[in-house]
Design a protein around this ligand. Structure first.
Ligand SMILES: Cc1cc2nc3c(=O)[nH]c(=O)nc-3n(C[C@H](O)[C@H](O)[C@H](O)COP(=O)(O)OP(=O)(O)OC[C@H]3O[C@@H](n4cnc5c(N)ncnc54)[C@H](O)[C@@H]3O)c2cc1C
Length: 457
């Protein structure tokens, strides 16, 4: 049975926007659909005639690791899925795992690594649920060879607010499968899923690093190391002049030398409170970036790293989002088609430099052309850029808008999982297939993101 409804604060990772909703924890698949709201007294009924006639608005949520409002619904009901945390079956021979949707990638790693299996695709944090990974069809450092998480979902069970419940896969209810992968939680509640894991013989990865100077050099390195299983670039967004767009390119592959299959340790430290908003200023970030850049001199020999250090460096610090201060932060994450002159990423970086807003974390990645199964999946072949900005007021939002316009002019698109600002016109141009997707949206489900990007006039 679902517990009593409460109104604790549920925040997305960027802690913006701050909205209040009723949170209903789900513990069993049968907790959904929710029981009808209890009868109102005649007096209450009179007062809330208009309110009761409004259709219910609800949204499933996982760990709230999306940055913006794709996991928020103002004055609606959030279905907290973390209680749906059971492993249902695992085939040690084939690596096929079936679990409920509230199981986190952290829990899967702890379970599967000792058995010689690893996640097929993982985002930069292991604190996301299976439901959240499917609903945003997340990608990882192996996108160029593996594509998105949804490609490894063999099937999923979907529950709708009308009480219907069915399994979808590439060959059963295929259109529902395509709509639910990257469906942003709007097509119904994902109750459970079956996922294909990938085999490993060691918890270590062999990693190489190289410095790069400019986007062209980043792309040359990306091309030369295309067959590396994992690759990612970090960029110094504060560098100007001759140092402009310098960064560090990292590649890795699972070690083929058999080793004891141990899992990661628990987190070591935490940011206990909100830092003053100005702690991450241009000078402090610039100094940190220079240090980081120079500490990663191009190495001839690969290094062996534990998987946790390579995939999840940020997870070591609990609540690192508090570093940005009380007002929170936004992330701009786009993908731009690959073209010869690389004008688009340069224009984005120049706009950021001109705004003199500092991005602490700037990540660049070359996406591959594996087709995602999700109708609304974000990745496409091209260069993906993700940059965090502390919220300083209108100047931050103006910059977000400028970056989205540049992305649109160059035929790119912005990632809903990170967004707070996309306009209806931009969304509908980035994702023209949205009209094909809309009929699959559960009539009782919505999100602030969805209401914003489909608002009329
Ligand atoms: C440090 C960090 C690094 C990240 N790196 C990456 C990256 O490399 N690549 C990438 O793609 N993303 C990345 N992300 C974003 C993150 O992976 C996604 O936002 C992910 O979807 C969050 O999962 P969650 O469980 O927190 O879901 P939430 O954020 O709570 O929800 C995300 C969406 O999933 C829906 N949803 C959740 N559970 C269900 C369910 N059971 N049924 C139906 N819908 C559901 C919600 O309605 C919402 O639309 C990163 C985030 C952080 C904080």
């Amino acid at each position: 049975m679902a517990h009593r409804h409460s109104r604790p604060k549920f925040e997305s990772w960027g802690r913006y926007p701050s909205l209040s909703a009723t949170v209903v924890p789900l513990h069993w698949p049968s907790d959904f659909p929710l029981p009808p709201a209890k009868e109102a007294s005649p007096l209450e009924d009179q007062r809330s005639k208009t309110a009761t006639s409004a259709p219910p608005r609800m949204l499933p949520v996982g760990m709230g690791r999306s940055y913006g409002d794709v996991c928020l619904i103002a004055d609606g009901t959030l279905l907290n899925t973390r209680g749906l945390d059971r492993f249902q079956s695992f085939d040690e021979e084939s690596g096929i795992l079936r679990c409920e949707a509230g199981v986190t990638l952290d829990e899967i790693l702890r379970f599967c690594i000792p058995r010689g299996w690893f996640l097929p695709v993982t985002p930069g944090t292991r604190y996301v649920t299976v439901g959240g990974a499917i609903a945003n069809d997340v990608h990882g450092k192996n996108h160029q060879v593996a594509g998105t998480f949804g490609r490894y979902v063999r099937s999923l069970e979907l529950a709708r607010s009308d009480g219907s419940r069915f399994v979808c896969s590439r060959d059963r209810n295929m259109e529902w499968f395509r709509a639910t992968v990257a469906g942003m939680g709007l097509t119904g509640l994902i109750v459970s899923a079956e996922i294909q894991l990938r085999a490993i013989v060691s918890p270590l990865v062999k990693s190489e690093v190289s410095q790069f100077h400019g986007i062209d050099q980043f792309l040359e390195l990306s091309l030369a190391r295309q067959s590396s299983e994992y690759s990612i670039g970090w960029m110094d967004s504060t560098a100007t002049g001759r140092k402009f767009a310098r960064g560090v390119f990292m590649t890795a592959a699972h070690s083929q030398e058999p080793a004891k299959l141990t899992t990661h340790k628990s987190r070591s430290c935490s940011v206990p409170f909100d830092l003053p908003g100005l702690a991450l200023n241009r000078a402090s970030v610039g100094a940190f970036n220079a240090l980081y850049f120079h500490s990663h001199r191009t190495r001839q020999k690969p290094r062996l790293l534990n998987y946790d250090s390579f995939f999840y460096p940020m997870d070591r610090i609990r609540h690192w989002n508090r570093l940005y201060g009380k007002r929170g932060f936004v992330q701009f994450h786009c993908v731009l088609p690959r073209v010869a002159d690389q004008l688009a990423p340069l224009q984005l970086l120049k706009a950021i430099s001109a705004a003199r807003l500092t991005s602490f974390l700037a990540v660049i990645k070359d996406f591959g052309d594996a087709i995602s199964p999700g109708m609304m999946s974000f990745p496409m072949p091209g260069i993906s850029l993700a940059l965090d900005f502390p919220i300083r007021g209108e100047e931050t939002f103006d910059l977000m808008d400028r970056l989205a316009r540049i992305t649109a002019e160059h035929g790119g698109r912005v990632y809903p999982a990170k967004d707070t600002r996309m306009t209806p016109t931009q969304f509908q141009n980035f994702y023209p297939q949205w009209q094909q997707f809309a009929p699959y949206v559960d009539p009782a489900f919505s999100s602030n993101f969805w209401e914003r990007v489909t608002a009329r006039g």
